[in-house]
Design a protein around this ligand. Structure first.
Ligand code: GFB
Length: 310
């Protein structure tokens, strides 16, 4: 990748897209093309084709997607399937149409079967039933992986797929209905502390295990893979450490300095019991994460809640 090559970041304002944009700028890249979803509806094939014909990017980071936590996935099932299929079909096909040198497609750890052996290995894909709450999103992301591989097989396209674990970091979504657990708990503990509430409600039993990776580590891994990885097999990107939701709540309670109690809302789903990614393929290539969960949570809390109040 030359520093002057034209790079299109689809989803540049989202948590993942903005982190990759930051990372590439830090590495000295200068030639970016970005469009907000209002400027370019990626679900519209004709508009996407026209955009690619005009801009002819050399590289594409496909980080645009309809994303959300367990409740959003389970509520907006049709939108999670339709929007994500349309976005990725249009961008991947148009990238082929103008001969993009390389495309990186972002998926998610939810593509794996609900009860796949842990840690999750890439070979386990499609070996069992999916977690019902996020099946539409998982099906869309699996289709994206298969589409990248099919274009490589038929046309020789260098389209790679990256499957990150649960992510957190700057530009996260803090809406309590649609967000993921980590930002939701940061907000809940912060607001309960500010309002001097005596308890914070967490969804489900608190027993599920989750792995978390700071989005700046993901961005570093994506840059690493853009430089070094050119194979059909999609690749996991994780931190290698997991925590129960109850344990995460305790970490966040500590970081926020909240004194009240944590109670469970058992009417809410637990979702997948565990989804620890097997990171060995990426580690064997020489990459590893650098931001620990505790320091990452403190950094995000201070940037998002504390400094804004100062
Ligand atoms: O992060 P989360 O919404 O998504 O939920 P998943 C993780 C766990 O945290 C679940 C519990 O067991 C939730 O019940 N949880 C506890 C909470 N309190 C809360 C809360 O206040 N908000 C939220 N959101 N969860 C998603 C998939 O699954 O993982 C997506 O649905 C995507 O498609 C994403 O793959 C990475 O980790 O369960």
């Amino acid at each position: 990748m030359k520093k002057t090559d034209k790079i299109y970041i689809a989803g540049h304002r989202g948590m993942v897209g903005s982190a990759i944009h930051r990372k590439l700028k830090q590495e000295g890249f200068t030639n970016f093309i970005t469009k907000t979803s209002k400027q370019l509806d990626l679900r519209n094939q004709a508009k996407v084709d026209r955009f690619f014909s005009k801009e002819k990017p050399d590289y594409v980071i496909l980080a645009a997607a309809k994303v959300g936590g367990i409740m959003a996935n389970n509520t907006y099932r049709a939108e999670f399937l339709y929007d994500n299929l349309m976005i990725q079909n249009n961008v991947i096909n148009a990238a082929h149409g103008v001969g993009v040198k390389k495309l990186l497609f972002l998926g998610s750890s939810c593509i794996y079967p609900k009860f796949a052996p842990q840690p999750l290995q890439e070979e386990s894909l499609l070996t069992g039933i999916l977690e019902p709450t996020n099946e539409p999103y998982a099906i869309a992301k699996i289709a994206g992986i298969k589409m990248c591989d099919a274009y490589r097989s038929q046309y020789g396209s260098n389209f790679i797929s990256v499957m990150p674990t649960n992510l957190y970091g700057p530009n996260d979504n803090y809406d309590l209905d649609t967000s993921h657990v980590l930002p939701a708990l940061l907000r809940k503990f912060h607001e309960s502390k500010s309002k001097k509430d005596d308890k914070v409600v967490i969804w489900g039993t608190g027993k599920p295990l989750r792995e978390f990776l700071h989005v700046d580590d993901l961005a570093d891994a994506c840059y690493f893979l853009m430089k070094k990885y050119d194979l059909p097999q999609f690749i996991n990107v994780g931190s290698g450490s997991e925590v129960t939701i109850q344990g995460l709540a305790s970490i966040i309670k500590e970081v926020v300095g909240y004194q009240g109690e944590i109670v469970q809302d058992l009417s809410k789903p637990d979702g997948t019991p565990r989804k620890l990614m097997d990171n060995s393929k990426l580690q064997e290539m020489g990459w590893k994460p650098t931001i620990s969960l505790e320091s990452g949570i403190s950094q995000v809390y201070n940037e998002t809640f504390v400094s804004k109040q100062a």
